[in-house]
Design a protein. Structure first.
Length: 81
């Protein structure tokens, strides 16, 4: 969470993402679960963001550093009806 805003959020905003919310809770004595919710304009914006992120080495480095401390991670995608 400490790295999210200074190291990731500004680049995410440039890729069309808007940080809609974050939360965390304890899941064990030495572990927390973090939820980060992003919003994008539409499905096409999602795919444009993914393409831009795949070409950005800073994104790759950020996720590598995150994966070094994360037990697991997953993505859910929601769309408005």
């Amino acid at each position: 969470m400490d790295r999210l805003r200074p190291e990731y959020a500004s680049g995410a905003e440039q890729r069309g993402m808007r940080l809609a919310g974050t939360s965390w809770c304890y899941v064990g004595p030495d572990a927390i679960e973090i939820t980060v919710r992003w919003e994008l304009a539409d499905v096409a914006a999602f795919w444009a963001m993914r393409r831009a992120a795949s070409e950005d080495e800073a994104v790759e480095r950020w996720w590598a550093a995150t994966d070094a401390i994360a037990l697991e991670r997953y993505r859910s995608v929601w769309a408005s009806p």
